[in-house]
Design a protein around this ligand. Structure first.
Ligand SMILES: [Fe+2]
Ligand SMILES: [Fe+2]
Length: 473
């Protein structure tokens, strides 16, 4: 279905057919714009930015590029095309027709899932709001804003579901999505990682690599939902999300590229020498990686979860790429879960697979994260350095689940609390690391120029040259 841009709220859900819903969303729209003005990117409202906007939801040509001012971006409601014959692909209702309405008894858990996902979208915009001031290039500045407007659109996607299917409760939740703020002492965002400040670009690239990838796995599992409007919403959001992870992966690879250039110029791998030359040394890179990876792992929730089991049983939330599994019911199947033993050993316990769904998701997420590590390590190998990057063990630095607060080294061995304290600075960013990274964050806005700590991208956006003026300030 084509997107109608002549309406106040662009959409492909025939909003004009439902006046009450349309009015309710038009009532929410100025509040969203107000939120964008106060909590969205600081400054840059008058800049022309080379942004892509969705014009259709089919894979062939949904993106149209052009110079847009962010406040004029057309945030709208876009669902992937539906399949009227779609059936539920997992859980107790496997094989039954997908739902077009919310079953009464599932209203509250489904609303909670949507609100929790929805809350992350504006949260990330808030976390990133000051980054524009220290952009390493116009190319990067444009990518940041592209991500920001799309996260804003993801909020619209979730607010549409709340308004359209959850009545007054849904409208109230939609208001609260604009009232909680990242890092706010009184009304923080729901999930921990989304309250972490993202005030430097190394953190931004780590966030878009690791935390947006958590988003990808959440969206993929909700794309399996028996509630068809949610599944269709997710399928379209995933096409946008892919760009966010591209920014993370290529951004991090460019940081490594620059470090390698400096190491080659200086003829040394020494971290301090790399730093003194104004690039980010690999040990610092690794500490940032350890932080963002472990923080993002927490987003999947506890290893053992009766909520996860019932979301799977009832059909609300499946596994990413559910079709790749043979067994979609997962009844009477055990999952072997390794967990810390009070005697400081590790014991394995059999738990029902349905209760381990968070862990199943987390495991596929970790595998996906490893792909980037493989590529970066090939980059290091080609450059002839002996240094390598690695994902820490999922037991390391956890605050949620069975490993929460258990002192582990990045290899996953349980160690003494005192040793952990002593060595923490080897494994996680220190205040000095943060101050150093911050010191590099000087704004570069000459077209085609890059800050000294990051390499140039391989190509520009939409086949344009890297020198293109992606943001007209
Ligand atoms: Fe998003
Ligand atoms: Fe994202």
């Amino acid at each position: 279905m084509a997107i109608n841009y002549s309406e106040k709220i662009p959409n492909n859900v025939n909003l004009t057919d439902d006046r009450t819903l349309q009015r309710a969303l038009e009532h929410w729209q100025p509040k969203f714009l107000q939120w964008w003005q106060t909590m969205g990117p600081s400054d840059f409202a008058g800049a022309d930015i080379y942004l892509r906007t969705a014009i259709g939801v089919d894979a062939a040509g949904w993106a149209s590029y052009g110079q847009v001012r962010m406040p004029d971006y057309r945030w709208g409601i876009f669902l992937a095309d539906g399949d009227p014959a779609r059936t539920i692909g997992f859980g107790d209702h496997m094989g039954e027709p997908a739902w077009q309405q919310v079953p009464g008894e599932l209203r509250s858990p489904l609303r909670r899932l949507i609100v929790t996902q929805g809350d992350t979208e504006p949260a990330s915009v808030e976390q990133q709001r000051l980054l524009g001031h220290s952009c390493p290039s116009l190319y990067d500045l444009r990518n940041l804003f592209q991500i920001n407007v799309e996260e804003g659109r993801h909020l619209w996607a979730m607010v549409y579901l709340l308004h359209a299917y959850f009545g007054r409760d849904g409208r109230e939740e939609a208001e609260e999505l604009l009232e909680r703020h990242s890092g706010d002492a009184d009304k923080p965002r729901i999930l921990g990682t989304f309250n972490e400040p993202v005030t430097d670009w190394l953190s931004f690239f780590m966030f878009t690599y690791f935390t947006d990838r958590d988003g990808k796995y959440q969206l993929k599992s909700l794309a399996e939902s028996a509630f068809d409007p949610l599944a269709r919403t997710m399928r379209f959001m995933l096409t946008e999300e892919a760009h966010h992870m591209f920014v993370g992966e290529t951004g991090l690879s460019r940081v490594i590229k620059r470090a390698l250039e400096v190491m080659a110029e200086l003829g040394t791998d020494d971290a301090m020498a790399v730093r003194n030359a104004g690039a980010i040394d690999l040990p610092t890179f690794q500490r940032y990686l350890n932080f963002w990876f472990s923080s993002s792992l927490d987003l999947f929730g506890s290893e053992v979860s009766s909520n996860a089991a019932s979301s799977f049983a009832t059909g609300l939330k499946g596994r990413p790429d559910e079709a790749q599994y043979d067994d979609h019911r997962c009844l009477d199947v055990a999952f072997e879960l390794a967990q810390p033993d009070p005697g400081r050993g590790i014991r394995t316990e059999s738990i029902p697979l349905r209760n381990a769904m968070n862990e199943v998701l987390r495991t596929s997420y970790v595998r996906d994260c490893e792909l980037g590590l493989k590529r970066w390590n090939r980059q290091l190998e080609r450059a002839g350095t002996g240094q390598r990057l690695a994902l820490p063990s999922p037991r390391f630095h956890r605050t949620i689940g069975v490993w929460a607060g258990v002192p582990c080294d990045p290899g996953g061995a349980i160690i003494d609390e005192s040793e952990y304290r002593r060595r923490e600075g080897e494994w996680l960013p220190t205040a000095a690391d943060r101050a150093f990274v911050k010191s590099l964050m000087q704004r570069v806005v000459a077209p085609g120029k890059m800050a000294g700590w990051i390499g140039a991208p391989e190509r520009g956006i939409n086949n344009l040259p890297i020198e293109y003026e992606y943001v007209r300030l």
